[in-house]
Design a protein. Structure first.
Length: 405
């Protein structure tokens, strides 16, 4: 009988194994249009990446550019506020996309050191409109991430100093609501990103440069401290999530040095490992976005403003906490994938399949025998997926990649 969502299985006579794979890679791409800048806001819409605003050598900017992955090319787009959007130049703003629209808000500019306004870009009508002001104090160098069609914005610096309050934005009702304060100290210049069904915030400047790392669980409105970032304490780093891994790169450390190191966080093990260094020049206040499991990083500052741009293809860290030896075939696959186990399975265990955004995929799973099961991937789009074997009390035991052609 075919079962959806999960199947009860179990592993006994478990042996410890590890997942070993090829090196991660950086590749230089087309430089960003316009003048070099740092502190640029970013979001993803319709499979394209977007860079908006920023600080250059002459002034703050309201320019926007979109990146086409297939063509490796940047296009000029409508600046914030449209043709007559004077006064909207800014840097150190937040950017996010939700429900098919892009958003830029907060930051600092020519007319104020701290902004609280929010602007929405509609790619269908190719137009900007102003939305409800941020509910918290006007601020710059805040962080943002999106989970389940809601945006979350918090931390940063306002006229009274560093902040740790956090807010949730509902784009449908155009309203803000306050949520639990960030679990760490008040700060500016942190990294913030979504990975799976949670948000993550870490590093930054709270008077000294920090290295703590926190997970936000939206279903219970709670912050949980995770494994400390092991690289040098820093501010102005950039971060991104490709489930089940999170990444922090670049920035500026307490020894007054620009950085190009890259660190990967493993969701399953709550551990960090150092990855291949970023191949561009060391920098702080770079900008990133993720499209189809590939991260893109560019711009920033290291004594001069930059406009170079790179793609990063990670090796997802799928190291299991223990447990059983699992073989998968065929991989890549177009229809059925077989998982075989070295020992019989006979207790309460679950198998689930996730996409790289951490969303559960509703795929048929059929147990063939105590040492073999089949996963039907015929209805999945081409790409990389993660299967997860978990035991009683939802303990994560093993995970691996399924590549669908």
């Amino acid at each position: 009988m075919i079962t959806y969502f999960h199947i009860r299985i179990v592993a006994i006579y478990l042996v410890s194994v590890s997942y070993i794979s090829a090196q991660d890679t950086w590749v230089q791409k087309d430089s960003v249009n316009g003048s070099p800048k740092s502190s640029v806001a970013s979001f993803v819409l319709d499979g394209d990446g977007w860079f908006v605003s920023g600080l250059g050598s002459v002034d703050f900017s309201r320019k926007m550019y979109s990146y086409d992955v297939g063509q490796d090319d940047w296009d000029d787009e409508l600046s914030i506020g449209g043709v007559n959007g004077s006064g909207l130049n800014r840097g150190s703003a937040v950017g996010f996309s939700v429900n098919g629209k892009g958003y830029v808000g907060l930051g600092q500019g020519n007319f104020a050191s701290f902004y609280s306004d929010l602007w929405e870009y509609d790619p269908v009508s190719e137009s900007w409109s102003q939305r409800a002001d941020f509910l918290g104090s006007a601020r710059r160098q805040a962080v943002s991430f999106t989970i389940d069609s809601f945006a979350y914005v918090g931390t940063g610096q306002d006229q009274n100093g560093y902040t740790k309050d956090f807010y949730k934005y509902n784009s449908v009702t155009n309203t803000w609501s306050q949520i639990a304060d960030f679990g760490g100290s008040a700060r500016k210049g942190a990294v913030g990103f979504k990975m799976g069904a949670a948000g993550y915030v870490g590093t930054g400047d709270d008077g000294i440069y920090t290295n703590d790392f926190w997970e936000y669980q939206p279903t219970i409105d709670t912050w949980v401290e995770k494994a400390t970032f092991p690289g040098p304490n820093r501010t102005g780093a950039c971060g991104w999530g490709i489930f089940p891994s999170g990444f922090i790169a670049c920035g500026y450390d307490a020894t007054l040095n620009y950085k190009n190191d890259v660190w990967q966080y493993n969701y399953y093990n709550n551990t960090w490992s150092q990855k291949s260094d970023f191949i561009g020049a060391k920098r702080t206040n770079a900008s990133t976005f993720v499209i189809d499991g590939v991260a893109y990083l560019g711009m920033g500052y290291n004594g001069m403003f930059l406009n170079d741009f790179y793609a990063y293809s990670p090796v997802l860290e799928l190291k299991e906490k223990s447990n059983c030896t699992i073989n998968i075939f065929p991989n890549p696959a177009t229809s059925l994938v077989a998982l075989t186990f070295n020992n019989p399975l006979n207790n309460n265990y679950n198998v689930k399949v996730f996409d790289l955004k951490g969303q559960l995929c509703h795929v048929p799973i059929k147990m063939i025998s105590s040492v073999k099961l089949l996963i039907d991937v015929s209805n999945l789009s081409s790409g990389i997926y993660i299967y997860e074997l978990s035991g009683e009390f939802s303990q994560k035991l093993y995970s691996g990649k399924i590549i669908v052609k």
